[in-house]
Design a protein around this ligand. Structure first.
Ligand code: PDD
Length: 281
């Protein structure tokens, strides 16, 4: 496999960043994950717009022109012969002697791009069965709207889920509302057919998949409610699911040990999963 690191295409096993890279030392960087279908990036413009926003919010300089970045990402996909999978882009504030404050402006951001194939049949099989989630206390910083590589709370939450035999953990904030999953947005469908997900105003990353799903819902004449919901409301929901670039729509059949609906993937989640790629661009 081939990776792109700061201007060069290298074998993944040799790909490395400097030990004084601020991404490595301070998690001082951002990332994006974009789905690849038929060798092409899905919703690339939206991912790039979010990347630019993350960089702006952290005052990290744009590493290279967007057109070049697109070419690099396409080239990594091509060199790895990815048909279905994901491409990963990481940009850090660059390499400098360890000091918490920003380095001098002539330190250039580091850019890394990798890509990997995913097993489509395996993902479909997982979606056909549905997955279990647990809830856990929100313990992340308030700026989860920025897609930073500072993911330690997410790592611990995902492992807590795994240790409990679940696929994902949903965070619950101090007010008792679900925010999102460790690496996905959280959704429920009420018994009267309304699709509910938290507003992107606070507490969540504004998922690209989430934004596209909102358009899919409208086209399917489904009712959307962007509002907070509690674990108790989720336990009692007709359906639940999660969304992200790597899973698109993954039905949730059990939360904290309680079966959701009839304990099988819901009809709306399943239809959304099928319709999604008609809208993604
Ligand atoms: N995760 N919330 C969090 C905390 C995420 O990490 C992600 C994405 C999402 C969904 O965003 P999108 O639909 O744009 O992928 C929500 C990526 C896939 C990851 O970390 O691998």
């Amino acid at each position: 496999r081939i990776a792109y690191v700061n201007g060069q295409y290298v074998n993944l096993r040799d790909a490395a960043v400097n030990v004084e890279d601020r991404g490595y030392q301070f998690a001082d960087g951002i990332y994006e994950v974009c789905e690849i279908i038929g060798g092409k990036m899905v919703d690339f413009p939206r991912h790039i717009a979010r990347m630019q926003r993350s960089l702006r919010e952290l005052r990290i300089a744009e590493a290279m022109p967007l057109t070049s970045l697109k070419v690099v990402m396409q080239e990594v996909i091509r060199r790895n012969r990815i048909n279905y999978g994901i491409v990963y882009l990481q940009i850090s504030r660059g390499v400098a002697h360890r000091d918490h404050g920003f380095p001098s402006p002539d330190v250039k951001p580091s850019v890394v791009v990798t890509a990997k194939s995913l097993n489509f049949a395996k993902n479909q099989a997982t979606a056909a069965k549905g997955v279990k989630v647990i809830t856990t206390a929100e313990n992340r910083w308030p700026r989860v709207d920025i897609k930073t590589v500072g993911l330690l709370p997410n790592v611990l939450a995902r492992q807590e889920a795994r240790d409990k035999g679940a696929y994902e953990a949903w965070y619950v904030d101090a007010d008792g509302f679900v925010t999102e999953g460790a690496s996905c947005n959280a959704w429920i469908v009420t018994k009267d057919g309304k699709v509910v997900t938290r507003t992107a105003v606070s507490g969540i990353l504004a998922g690209i998949t989430r934004a596209v799903l909102i358009e899919v819902l409208a086209s399917m004449q489904l009712k959307l409610e962007e509002r907070n919901f509690t674990p108790a409301e989720a336990y009692d929901a007709a359906e639940a699911f999660v969304s992200s670039a790597s899973q698109i729509v993954m039905p949730v059949i059990n939360i904290d040990g309680k079966p959701i609906g009839d304990g099988k993937p819901g009809g709306i989640a399943t239809r959304l999963r099928q319709e999604f790629h008609k809208f993604a661009a």
